[in-house]
Design a protein around this ligand. Structure first.
Ligand code: SF4
Ligand code: SF4
Length: 246
């Protein structure tokens, strides 16, 4: 890596260093039940290469309609003068501890399992889209084929069978780690503890208490979560957006 690119990456890191770190428990008024299993996912952005293998694996596993995705990886090109660097941000349902998508559902079709996973009962869903509007993360969509709400389930059907979610299993960089937040010996718990000063969630100010955590995320990206489809955004090292599109 040439020195100018290294310097730009250093500046990007400096934005992160300049952000005020708020311990997660304080940031979101952590109300995670301490008994029973509580699934969460840690995404180590230092290991994500933006290959979209997770996007493809999820699509093959869960078969959303063409052009709709349960997980994507946003790609950012950060530029300064002639230099640029790429940052990746995998996106999915955060399985919030305080999910605004649930109370708006008129039929009870959206609910949270005992293990924290937020799911949709498609037999009860009437396709009103209230939950899609209520999610501050653009994590939901109305499935064009079923006309019901759709989103990531952490591959609950696979977890229940003792398997890893498709995105976790396929990730070439092993950037996605899923596990029990209530088990102090789980890998995710240990990593969250070990890197506690560099763990962030998306839009913590919304009070949703996301259970998808990011390691190594620039604070400038925490609010840049528009759109469900993969997008490539051009921005400056100070976080100013120059272009947002496919
Ligand atoms: Fe609901 Fe959106 Fe939170 Fe997922 S990310 S639990 S869809 S509010
Ligand atoms: Fe509930 Fe379905 Fe309406 Fe969402 S679209 S609020 S899951 S009935």
């Amino acid at each position: 890596m040439d020195t100018s690119k290294r310097r730009l990456l250093g500046q990007i890191a400096a934005i992160t260093a300049g952000a005020v770190f708020i311990p997660l428990a304080e940031a979101d008024g952590d109300s995670t039940p301490t008994k029973g299993k509580r699934y969460g996912m840690l995404i180590d952005l230092r290991r994500c290469v933006g290959c979209q293998a997770c996007t493809v694996a999820c699509t093959i596993e869960n078969q959303p309609p063409l052009g709709q995705f349960r997980t994507t990886v946003n790609q950012y090109e950060v530029t300064e003068g002639d230099n640029s660097a790429f940052m990746m941000l995998p996106r999915l349902c955060n399985h919030c501890e305080n999910p605004p998508c649930i109370p708006v559902c008129p039929t009870g079709a959206t609910f949270q399992r005992q293990d924290g996973i937020v799911v949709v009962n498609n037999d009860w869903c009437v396709g009103c889209g209230y939950c899609v509007q209520a999610c501050p993360y653009d994590a939901r969509f109305l499935n064009h084929e079923t006309n019901t709400a759709d989103k990531c389930t952490f591959c609950a059907h696979r977890l229940d069978a003792g398997l890893l979610p498709a995105c976790v299993e396929t990730c070439v960089g092993e950037a996605r780690i899923i596990g029990d937040l209530n088990d102090p010996d789980s890998r995710i718990s240990q990593l969250l503890t070990q890197h506690r000063d560099d763990i962030k969630v998306l839009r913590p100010s919304m009070g949703t208490q996301p259970r998808v955590f990011y390691l190594g995320m620039n604070q400038a990206f925490a609010e840049r979560i528009r759109g469900e489809a993969p997008v490539r955004t051009l921005m400056t090292a100070s976080g100013k957006e120059l272009h947002h599109g496919h």
